[in-house]
Design a protein around this ligand. Structure first.
Ligand code: PAF
Length: 285
């Protein structure tokens, strides 16, 4: 606990805090994170602040959403620095539970989804990821009982998964998406950018560049298949190992072949060395 910003680790304390504020007539916003906070996360806190009177930030590196060969063990854990940043921008409470608080002995339940969780994008490469995300987010939303919760558009498939689960499971918390924050060269802010070697970091903005060019071509009437194929080739030429770069319906993530089908999102994931980057942008006509 710091002087300005209380940090709690027990679900009861979180519940007590939210219940008391709501009973006093305040709207409470929730920002779930895994910590290692950067300006992108802080912009989610600011979005929550605009939508609510009090903002609770959760910091929990959720083991259930990492695959066996992923970076759970080395995921950056920077609680003290995170709390300092949150105190500075005026968050009201941090919920940073230990793993046993979220997954006590005997824990046996998983939220397994279809729809946007099975869009053949992230789920193709991380088959257990969205079940881990859906399970922990369902728990955090139930634990906090906030009025509104904010998630970044950076993880666009995740955002649609969370909107869907809240609707399907009758969770009363309103789910809001907030825009991706970018570095000056266009690279989407991410806690994993610190893994990039200096020379990889210099090339990493190609991902956003390739998406932006493909979106422009599509808006100008170019063929969607050709635009995405060329973007994949451009990334491969720049040394990326491309998992996917695809045009999808922005609401359902169904494949699209024409602008007439409604709002389109371009979504991509590609590895640069050992670091996997994801990004997405809206195709705006
Ligand atoms: O986007 C994230 O940081 C995580 O997936 C989330 C939503 C906090 C769940 O662990």
């Amino acid at each position: 606990m710091t002087a300005e910003l209380p940090v709690v680790g027990a679900i009861d304390e979180l519940r007590r805090y939210v219940r008391a504020r709501r009973a006093a007539g305040a709207r409470v916003g929730l920002v779930p994170t895994m910590g290692a906070l950067h300006a992108g996360h802080l912009s989610l806190v600011e979005a929550a602040r605009r939508a609510a009177d009090r903002v609770v930030v959760t910091i929990f590196v959720n083991p259930a959403q990492f695959g066996p060969n992923e970076d759970f063990a080395r995921y950056p854990r920077t609680l003290a620095a995170d709390v300092e940043k949150l105190a500075r921008i005026g968050a009201d409470l941090v919920f940073a539970p230990p793993v046993e608080e979220i997954y006590p002995p005997g824990f046996s339940t998983k939220v397994v989804m279809e729809g946007p969780a099975c869009a053949d994008l992230e789920d193709r490469f991380r088959p257990t990821h969205f079940s881990g995300v859906a399970t922990v987010v369902t728990k955090l939303l139930n634990q906090a009982q906030a009025d509104v919760a904010v998630f970044g558009e950076k993880d666009y498939q995740q955002l649609l998964v969370i909107k869907r689960l809240a609707r399907d499971l009758d969770i009363a918390t309103e789910i809001l998406g907030a825009p991706t924050l970018r570095e000056p060269d266009g690279l989407a802010m991410s806690s994993r950018n610190i893994y990039l070697a200096r020379e990889e970091r210099a090339r990493a903005s190609e991902l956003h560049g390739a998406l932006t060019d493909a979106a422009r071509r599509i808006v100008e009437g170019g063929d969607i298949g050709a635009a995405t194929r060329d973007a994949r080739a451009r990334l491969a030429g720049a040394g990326f190992d491309v998992d996917y770069l695809e045009a999808r319906c922005a609401e359902t993530l169904a494949p699209v072949v024409s602008l007439d089908e409604g709002p389109i999102r371009l979504l991509a994931a590609a590895k640069l060395g050992a670091t996997r980057l994801i990004d997405n942008i809206a195709v705006r006509s």
